[in-house]
Design a protein around this ligand. Structure first.
Ligand code: RRO
Length: 318
């Protein structure tokens, strides 16, 4: 057999996955807040190779965000308190959505609000225009705003009511993004599933704090902020493991992913797909190399489809 054909056959792991009715070419998605509106780096990185892109959080009105300093490096991670800086849904519709017509990958719009009605209004506005957005990630887990955000994500009833209201107004993918800053993340995931979510994503950042002992001040303006990066990876994986045992809809794993092996840990714990976040600041193309690393793993262990290994570690205890 021709050597080239032999090599092609060897690497035939099917990387595609399905969430709801949407097909993703691979399970690697860029995470909200770490990849802008999805178009900023398209001259540097072939974004069409990603399974998908999640936009930064969009709110009903434009927001400047929190005062600086709003980012600080920490051991194996970083703290952020951006405070939902974004251009608001109207400008998002007029300036960003048209740029997606040739992007070549699945765009998921992340939305945030302070009331159920705000979330509804944002989705209604987007649904009223023509776009190729495949779905919405509902942010109920932002740790850095006084109202809304995490208020929903720490309460099963509020999560259920919000998800139910949004389910009624869109047939597009509905992904609920969960907070790790709760007693029982699996019960919040169950509320989202019960209300009709297509998937959950976990985790958003972990509440953290860092102090400058010489200035005797918090290093971040808002004092408390959100920890991300490799420091939180074991928390993310444990969360996926717990959620996997509690629900049947797909889970998108997030938190501290730096390489293909980290992706595989999430998948084996129960994630059908993952989002790469903080690593994008180091290299906006880093997620592309993860796709290749997973293909090599598929060859080594003769895996025909990436879906075949979702949750194999966690299902032992299901
Ligand atoms: O904007 C932020 O400060 C922020 C958001 Br919306 C979020 O969901 N998670 C986070 O760590 N920061």
């Amino acid at each position: 057999m021709d050597l080239f054909i032999q090599q092609e056959m060897l690497s035939l792991i099917d990387m595609s996955i399905k969430i709801g009715k949407v097909l993703f070419k691979n399970p690697i998605i860029t995470a909200s807040g770490t990849f802008g509106y999805g178009t900023e780096v398209s001259s540097l990185v072939n974004v069409s190779k990603f399974g998908g892109i999640v936009t930064k959080s969009i709110t009903l009105n434009p927001r400047e965000g929190n005062p600086p300093p709003r980012i600080v490096e920490t051991p194996s991670g970083m703290l952020n308190s951006i405070g939902l800086a974004n251009i608001g849904v109207d400008q998002y519709i007029s300036k960003k959505i048209p740029l997606y017509s040739t992007i070549g990958t699945n765009i998921i719009m992340n939305i945030a609000g302070t009331t159920v009605n705000e979330y509804i209004e944002i989705i209604k506005k987007v649904e009223s225009v023509s776009s190729n957005i495949v779905g919405y990630e509902i942010n109920i887990s932002c740790p850095n705003v006084k109202r809304g955000g995490m208020e929903f994500g720490i309460d099963c009833d509020l999560t259920e009511k919000l998800t139910e209201s949004l389910r009624k107004i869109t047939e597009r993918l509905l992904i609920v993004k969960l907070s790790p800053n709760v007693t029982n993340i699996a019960s919040i995931a169950q509320s989202a599933e019960k209300a009709g979510a297509d998937a959950v994503s976990a985790i958003n950042t972990v509440v953290g704090m860092s102090i400058d002992i010489h200035k005797q001040k918090s290093k971040v303006y808002t004092k408390l902020s959100g920890l991300s990066g490799p420091a939180i990876r074991p928390i993310g994986i444990a969360s996926v493991h717990k959620i996997f045992q509690a629900i049947d809809i797909p889970i998108i794993g997030i938190g501290g992913i730096t390489c293909g092996n980290d992706v595989l840990e999430y998948i084996l714990a129960g994630a059908s797909a993952v989002q790469v976040g903080t690593s994008n600041y180091r290299d906006p193309g880093i997620a592309l190399s993860m796709i290749e690393e997973i293909k090599l793993y598929g060859e080594k262990y003769i895996i025909s489809s990436i879906s075949d290994i979702v949750g194999v570690v966690s299902s032992n205890t299901k």
